[in-house]
Design a protein around this ligand. Structure first.
Ligand code: SF4
Ligand code: MG
Length: 317
């Protein structure tokens, strides 16, 4: 099993005033406090790797992860104070909970690990169940007795238990029914407001992030292809890959994108990425130079695009 190559090349930084994430060979991204950055890409694009670097689950072999200006200690060096600044919510809510422990115990676990007193843990657990809209009676249930949405509420309660600044949400609604997805997204939007949270929201398609993200970064084979304000990316994308992701969204908007090319070929192996522009083997707009020359970053409006023809793509948007 080969590791995704960006483990070696990703430099991720999060700064307090204009936090940003930067992956080597890609554009830099700003996550401002209180903002949501949507990170979108197909599986294998490296988005989870990036998330794991931010949360310290992976250790970069080259480069570093910064939080509020200082390099994050690697996972093994971390103390509780640093860990409590960043919470994480995973895709599979039931799988991320220990099947042998009750909801209430699961919610109290991070506080236990942080050395909180029993009294403080009980009080905070009550409060957290209220915050995520779970009846107190659910406290005695086990994960198998919960719906996917209820389990995700428990996972969110755990993630915010220690009052983090940043939540990394790795496809938090992908495994849920569509009707439940909206409820969880609304809960996350409410929590962000109430608790002053900053979100890194990872998704494999664009429509999930449309309503929650302030800015979006589109990742492909370990590189950020385009990043910018959500509205601009949806209305006037400046990268062909963003266009193809938009054309994959089922509801076609008025004046829509139904005529756009949809990707058919599988993505190349991230272990041996194509030369030049990494997207050239699937790009409907690829020209001769694309296989040879790696595109630099072009600023377009408030977005940044890594395409030789960014302006043209934006203009036709
Ligand atoms: Fe397509 Fe070329 Fe732009 Fe890459 S640089 S996205 S291959 S047009
Ligand atoms: Mg993933």
């Amino acid at each position: 099993s080969k590791e995704f190559p960006t483990d070696d090349s990703v430099l991720a930084e999060l700064l307090g005033t204009g936090k940003y994430l930067q992956a080597v060979n890609s554009v830099s991204l700003a996550i401002k406090p209180g903002e949501t950055l949507g990170l979108v890409g197909e599986s294998g694009s490296g988005k989870s790797t990036l998330a794991n670097l931010v949360t310290g689950l992976h250790e970069p072999t080259d480069g570093e992860v910064r939080f509020e200006g200082d390099p994050l200690p690697t996972a093994t060096q971390r103390d509780r104070a640093t860990l409590s600044d960043i919470g994480m919510v995973f895709q599979n809510p039931r799988g991320s909970l220990d099947p042998r422990i009750t909801v209430r115990k699961a919610i109290k676990e991070p506080m236990h690990a942080a050395g909180w007193s029993r009294e403080r843990r009980e009080e905070r657990a009550n409060q957290l169940m209220e915050i995520v809209n779970l009846q107190q009676s659910f406290g005695s249930r086990y994960p198998y007795e919960l719906s996917g949405g209820q389990a995700q509420r428990v996972a969110i309660a755990r993630a915010i238990a220690l009052d983090p600044k940043l939540l990394v949400l790795d496809e938090p609604v992908s495994a849920l029914d569509v009707s439940v997805q909206a409820k969880i997204l609304n809960l996350l939007i409410e929590l962000q407001d109430e608790l002053d949270l900053t979100y890194l929201f990872i998704a494999h398609d664009l429509n999930v992030v449309e309503h929650i993200a302030d800015r979006v970064a589109v990742m492909y084979l370990g590189e950020i292809m385009e990043s910018g304000p959500t509205r601009q990316l949806f209305e006037k994308p400046s990268h062909p890959y963003t266009e193809t992701l938009l054309s994959a969204i089922p509801e076609v908007k008025p004046g829509g994108r139904s005529d756009r090319v949809v990707l058919t070929k599988d993505p190349p192996s991230p272990v041996d990425p194509p030369s030049g522009c990494v997207f050239h083997t699937r790009c409907p707009d690829a020209g001769d130079r694309c296989a040879e020359e790696e595109p630099t970053v072009t600023e377009i409006g408030d977005a940044e695009s890594r395409c030789h023809f960014a302006e043209e793509v934006y203009e036709r948007g």
